[in-house]
Design a protein around this ligand. Sequence first.
Ligand code: RB5
Length: 146
Amino acid sequence: MKVVIANDHGGVELAKKIISHLEERGIEYSYLGTASEESVDYPDYAEKAVIEYRKGGYDFGILICGTGIGISISANKMKGIRCALPQNSYASEMTKRHNDANFIAFGGRVDYPEPVEKILDAYIDASFEGGRHQKRIDKMMALQNE
Ligand code: RB5
């Protein structure tokens, strides 16, 4: 498994935690920064991650900003991206099972009800169910042409 990960200055600390977790799980990753607390613009990091993901060989992407909101909205503006911003591990599991999300976002300044590692694992360890959910994803992705 290989992932791409990027964050703005609001996500530096959480990115470090997530990277250690990926290493513990033996998951390969490409880290695109920013590793500095200096202010940057989250759309730039969403764009970098999506461009890298599109090169191929990645299973999914992880994006982090202060809330996870700006960076997930930015990624979702790019064709082919379904970036989820799960509130907890239930939503995280379901976004893989039902939405086949190819990116997952977190907020570095958000108080989650569970450790973010657990929320991430729920997504990683789930599988897309296909069937009726594929039809809905096809409709969802058709909206990007409107
Ligand atoms: C940066 O201060 C902050 O706005 C950003 O990290 C994010 O929370 C935006 O959605």
